[in-house]
Design a binder for this molecule. Structure first.
Ligand SMILES: Cc1ncc(COP(=O)(O)O)c(C=O)c1O
Length: 363
């Protein structure tokens, strides 16, 4: 018998979320374009299936690096692929030109390497400007010179000035406005198209919407904010992580459950054992009390998460039997709530789900 734990991926919800993102882009300008970020195995949802579903809608898909881009070409994806992390070695430049991969150029050495490369055809390249994130990107004051070098070489076309925002999920943090102004000041005089917005910026910062927008997380249907937000709350969760009750036992008051005896029954309790654990992507840091839906009723995690098993207090969940349906997160239980209970980000939970967890796809 197959292990019942799996992630059901709703491709119709994915497409609806993309359309919502694209509508927001076009509120900035009717000609704005929305690429779809499918890096890190599409945030754990399965890059090949997600890219195939979004390819008819999105003009460009974005991955982290050449390896991810090559894997998508091997899966049959033909649209241009933006490399958000850029190139990691100079020999990737010719590959980018040949395969329509669009690297984000993030330092002057990479501009030098493009100018020195022998290319059969020009490469589409974006320039990443470091406006305050301080991970990657050229300094704002270097943009004009590096843009002119690339343009004059004839080796790079379709140049876009891009930046990445540090705190767009904090709705009252003025740093977003500072970063946008830093890019605007250096890129607008060059009449370059801009790309600024990730998901929280596209949803909440209209001044960040530009010629190209780069949503990732919101496509998978969850809010990037830790407070209610009228538009983000209309997104539809794409992944539902499910399992079934495997065993049930009654415990007397005072009995403990699991490794380290971290949960002690405060009353006579009914405990359900579920065949899912941190080896399947359920976070080991989830605290006692983390909600788990059993037959749609909220039970609560009781005891430490093991590699293959969790234990759930279902005393208040009504009648529960072996084989009953369990939801770890998804349509009925926001991944954001589980992430809070596990002291992590909702970006991390689906992204780190291992290959062994079955993904099932539904149109
Ligand atoms: C450069 C860049 N652009 C866009 C995104 C998408 O961000 P989000 O998932 O918040 O929409 C990321 C994600 O990390 C990124 O690194």
């Amino acid at each position: 018998m197959t292990r019942p734990s799996h992630a059901l991926i709703d491709l119709a919800a994915l497409k609806a979320n993309y359309r919502l993102a694209d509508n927001l882009s076009k509120q900035g300008s009717a000609s704005a374009q929305t690429l779809a970020v499918v890096k890190a195995n599409a945030y754990g949802h399965g890059a090949a299936a997600v890219a195939a579903a979004l390819e008819p809608l999105a003009p460009v898909l974005a991955v982290a690096c050449c390896d991810e881009a090559v894997a998508l070409r091997e899966a049959g994806i033909v649209k241009p692929l933006l490399l958000l992390e850029g190139i990691l070695s100079d020999d990737e430049i010719a590959l980018c030109a040949a395969c329509d991969f669009w690297p984000m150029i993030s330092d002057i050495g990479q501009v030098d390497a493009i100018l020195a490369a022998r290319l059969d055809r020009p490469l589409t390249a974006w320039i990443k400007v470091d406006t305050g994130m301080h991970r990657l990107g050229i300094q704002p004051g270097e943009l004009a010179a590096q843009y002119q070098r690339l343009r004059d070489s004839g080796k790079a076309i379709g140049i876009v000035a891009a930046t990445h925002l540090a705190s767009a999920d904090e709705l009252d943090n003025p740093f977003t406005t500072t970063q946008i102004a830093r890019l605007d000041t250096v890129a607008r005089p060059l009449e370059l198209p801009l790309s600024i917005a990730n998901s929280p910026a596209l949803l909440a910062w209209s001044t960040a919407r530009a010629e190209w927008n780069r949503p990732g997380f919101m496509l998978y249907g969850n809010s990037p904010f830790d407070q209610p937000h009228a538009v983000a709350d209309r997104l539809q969760p794409v992944m539902t992580f499910s399992s079934q009750v495997m065993a049930l036992r009654r415990l007397a008051s005072g009995e403990t459950v699991g490794y380290g005896e971290t949960w002690r029954a405060p009353r006579p309790s009914l405990i359900a054992t579920i065949p899912v654990g941190y080896g399947d992507g359920y976070p080991r840091t989830a605290a006692n009390g983390t909600p788990v839906l059993v037959n749609g009723q909220r039970g609560s995690l009781a005891g430490r998460v093991s590699m293959e098993l969790i234990t759930v207090d279902v005393t208040d969940c009504g009648p529960v039997r072996v084989g009953d349906t369990v939801e770890l997160w998804g349509r009925g239980l926001a991944v954001n709530e589980v992430a809070r209970c596990a002291a992590t980000s909702p970006y991390e939970l689906p992204t780190r789900m291992p290959a062994r967890l079955r993904r099932l796809y539904r149109e």
